[in-house]
Ligand binder design. Structure first.
Ligand code: DOR
Ligand code: ZN
Ligand code: ZN
Length: 455
């Protein structure tokens, strides 16, 4: 797939040599899963070889190559770690422009690097919304200056996300968007939604759909069910998600557009996606860590760090999400990183805004909930967090093949610790996972041959 998104050009990056030593290299593009040395030179993957092979070729001993001024090599010791193509998050809220008190492009970019992400897509519900070439240019220009990771803006489907008039998607694409989305809501007018998909299709853009029927969910603050009734809180039914997922799949079928279902949270939407794929439609989908880790039983009615849209669902839904990830129905894991200020989340379940941060906890939750229990292999994790998102966006990332840009993530899957929100690079502290014991720590994030994070 071609794209005109101008990703970090590695050619003019004066990056030196990096030796990522003896990690378990996982490359879904080639199926490679084995212990290798990975060599990076001038921003590109130069060589993947058996541990020590490069030194032998050069007549040097393996341990005579410390990270020294003499060798000029930067060594990342990856023994015991996964070495993956740099992680790509299709779903991030950076709040910039307009709500920089929650997050900005620099802090969000740093949070991404800390979380192992080398490329992130930022959603259009900023202030103003990403509905003009000027705002796209603002994000790209600022990201190039202050973000350690690649930022791809997502354009709005309708002007001001108001659901009335389509944006000039051609102009947005020329300015550098990588996809379109009305995230935060659905385009409720089905005929306008269809026109939006047609336009996106003509421009070669994927539509990222937040599926939520406005009237059906109105007033809801958590999943509708036993727990919401017990707590006396207004519910938000599964049907509000499923009905729009079904509608959007039908529109994708009718238009031939590429559709991607954001943050699938219900058994119903997973089943709809499965059927759509079986029918051969160009539909993909993602799940977020909170939706495969927690159920609505975790909601206590007071802590709004458990409030997000779509909400935490039932155990049966969590099972369906996990099965969907394992059998390939769900293509990606994305975060829906949605930072909010502490004073906003302190308003309680009814009044607080929806959303939780996710960039700095995603890898640990995916390893703890999916890889360690054997639902996903490490190679499949690389597929869901890097290879597949790259294919969905149509960018030449998500692989460690020789010659590719050196976007690499090193993860220690055995590291065990408690999540501590005070260590986050994000301005957002709104996580339901503070204090949770997890396995899996990002050791290094390399973007275009430059280490942007090392633990
Ligand atoms: O929980 C959410 N937060 N869901 C959304 O759809 C929007 C997001 C936000 O922007 O805070
Ligand atoms: Zn959303
Ligand atoms: Zn979102």
């Amino acid at each position: 797939m071609e794209t005109n998104i101008d990703l970090h050009a590695s050619a003019d990056v004066n990056a030196g040599i990096i030796w990522i030593r003896a990690g378990r290299v996982l490359d879904p593009a080639t199926g490679l899963d084995g212990v290798r040395d990975l060599w990076i030179r001038e921003g590109k993957i130069e060589k993947i070889c058996m541990p020590g092979e490069m030194q032998e070729e050069q007549g040097k001993g393996v341990d005579n190559n410390p990270d020294s001024a003499e060798s000029g090599w930067h060594v990342i010791d990856a023994r015991g770690c996964y070495v993956m193509p740099g992680l790509i998050d299709l779903h991030v809220h950076l709040r910039d422009p307009g709500q920089e008190y929650k997050e900005d492009i620099e802090t969000g970019g740093r949070a991404a690097a800390r979380g192992g992400f080398t490329t992130i897509c930022c959603m259009a519900n900023t202030s103003p919304a990403v509905d003009s070439p000027e705002t796209v240019a603002y994000i790209r220009e600022k990201a190039a200056r202050v973000s350690p990771v690649q930022v791809i803006p997502v354009g709005a489907v309708t002007k001001g996300l108001a659901g009335r008039e389509l944006t000039d998607m051609a102009a947005l694409k020329a300015a550098g968007i990588g996809a379109v989305s009305e995230d935060g809501k659905s385009v409720m007018d089905a005929s306008l939604c269809k026109k939006g998909m047609e336009l996106a299709k003509d421009l070669g853009l994927v539509t990222l759909a937040h599926c939520e029927h406005k009237k059906m969910q109105a007033g809801g603050v958590m999943n509708e069910g036993e727990v919401s009734r017990r707590l006396g809180l207004p519910g938000f039914c599964s049907g509000a998600e499923d009905i729009i997922a079904a509608r959007d799949i039908l529109l994708a079928e009718e238009t031939g557009a590429r559709l991607h279902l954001c943050h699938c949270s219900t058994a119903g939407s997973v089943e709809l996606l499965r059927a759509a794929k079986k029918a051969g439609l160009l539909v993909t989908g993602e799940a977020c860590p909170h939706h495969f880790t927690l159920t609505d039983e975790a909601v206590d009615g007071t802590d709004a760090n458990f409030k997000m849209a779509p909400p935490l669902r039932t155990a049966a839904d969590v099972e369906a999400i996990k099965r969907g990830l394992a059998d390939g129905t769900l293509d990606c894991i994305s975060t829906d990183h949605a930072p909010h200020a502490e004073f906003e989340k302190a308003k309680g379940m009814r009044e607080a805004p929806c959303g939780i941060v996710g960039l700095e906890t995603a890898v640990a939750l995916a390893i703890s909930e999916l890889v360690r229990p054997g639902l996903l292999t490490p190679l499949q994790l690389a597929e869901k967090m890097s290879f597949n998102p790259a294919r969905i966006l149509g960018i030449d990332r998500g692989t460690l093949e020789v010659g590719a840009q050196a976007d690499v993530t090193v993860i220690d899957p055995e590291a065990e610790y408690r999540i501590d929100k005070e260590t986050f690079a994000s301005k957002g502290r709104n996580t339901p996972f503070h204090g949770r014991r997890v396995h899996g720590r990002v050791r290094a994030t390399v973007v275009a041959g430059i280490p942007v994070f090392e633990a």
